[in-house]
Write a protein that binds this ligand. Structure first.
Ligand SMILES: NC(=O)c1ccc[n+]([C@@H]2O[C@H](COP(=O)([O-])OP(=O)(O)OC[C@H]3O[C@@H](n4cnc5c(N)ncnc54)[C@H](OP(=O)(O)O)[C@@H]3O)[C@@H](O)[C@H]2O)c1
Length: 317
């Protein structure tokens, strides 16, 4: 890929784009796209690092805009850490040159690119002592865990939390935050995930392939990052008044005497600041698996190549 050039009077940049929904991850390509312009209340950010959630290629917002119109070729990626390079009309609260991190809008071109335009309210200032690679790993997994546990799960100290996918990007955040706020965490996953889940703070671990989920006993909160049959079996474990929180689509199973919620994470400046402060003072550890440069990212995003944990793409050295 040649260095960024000028094409037909427009600045162009390197970006990873998708055009073919049926092709999935195999359809990702490194391409040249026009640099984005800042709309009202936007900032344009020079991206230093971008987080990637592979399932985003299954989300409708990757393919269509809010009006349902085809928006391909779409730039992939939604998490970012970088430096503000310009402000849109009327934008307040952030300034050019400021380090920021957060979540880019679902329906617009994303963060696997040299520049991205984002509504300023979806970003938080990034303290100077937090590396861009670390910061880019936090927004989706950290905010999903925070909102699932506290906003939707109503976690209180002393409650028992069943955290599915506890060794994953979201699950390790769920486990650490639930422990900090006084929850008792039973993590789940595959046999190979046991040690990692325990290292991140789970007090028990259930291997979903060979342990009996019913042995867990009653729980107050199920945080479901797996879904399907696992969700069905978990709903029966929820105490009266308890909650099932799903981040994998509409809930398919409801507790007999409790609440079931599914949600999509929203960016939240105050919560981003809570999360990054915990990383700075050691209360939260990141779970970064693969780190690749934008030029090599297409190969690194292949499921066969990707290591477990959060995938982060470095855009600038
Ligand atoms: N609603 C939202 O706002 C939101 C936000 C973030 C993420 N999500 C969703 O949440 C899910 C998890 O995301 P993530 O980034 O944490 O992914 P991840 O890092 O891949 O973590 C998922 C974990 O669950 C394990 N797992 C999956 N299926 C399993 C099964 N049937 N039995 C045992 N273990 C299983 C995975 O193991 P393997 O790697 O071995 O499969 C992995 O350890 C994804 O579906 C993602 O789309 C939703």
């Amino acid at each position: 890929m040649p260095a960024t050039t000028k094409l037909e009077g427009t600045e162009v940049m390197k970006a990873i784009v998708v055009t073919d929904e049926a092709a999935g991850l195999a359809g990702m390509t490194l391409a040249q796209r026009p640099e984005p312009a800042a709309a009202i209340n936007d900032v344009v950010v020079a991206v230093h690092a971008s987080g990637f959630v592979p399932t985003e290629l299954e989300w409708p917002s990757t393919w269509v805009d809010r009006a349902g119109r085809d928006r391909t070729p779409s730039v992939a990626g939604h998490e970012l850490a970088g430096v503000v390079s310009s402000l849109g009309y009327g934008t307040t609260g952030l300034s050019v040159g400021q380090r920021v991190f957060g979540i880019a809008d679902w329906h617009r071109d994303g963060t696997l690119a040299e520049y991205v335009a984002v509504e300023a309210r979806n970003l938080a200032p990034l303290p100077g002592d937090v590396e861009f690679t670390v910061a880019a790993s936090l927004p989706i997994s950290g905010l999903t865990a925070w909102q699932g546990l506290f906003d939707h799960g109503h976690l209180r100290a002393g409650q028992r939390v069943l955290a599915h996918g506890a060794a994953g990007a979201v699950g390790t955040m769920v486990t650490q935050l639930a422990r900090e706020f006084g929850g008792y965490v039973i993590g789940t996953g595959r046999a190979a995930d046991r040690q990692k889940a325990l290292d991140f703070g789970a007090q028990e671990f259930v291997d979903l392939d060979s342990d009996a989920l019913t042995d867990v006993g009653e729980v107050d909160l199920v945080f479901d990052a797996i879904g399907g049959d696992v969700q069905q079996r978990s709903a029966r474990l929820i105490r009266p008044g308890g909650r099932l929180v799903s981040v994998v689509g509409p809930v398919e199973a409801r507790p007999a005497d409790g609440v079931a919620v599914d949600f999509v994470v929203e960016s939240d400046r105050a919560q981003l600041q809570e999360i990054v402060q915990r990383v700075r003072d050691g209360r939260l550890r990141t779970n970064i698996g693969t780190v690749a440069h934008l030029d090599e990212a297409v190969a690194a995003l292949d499921p066969a190549e990707r290591r477990k944990g959060k995938t982060v793409v470095q855009v600038r050295p």
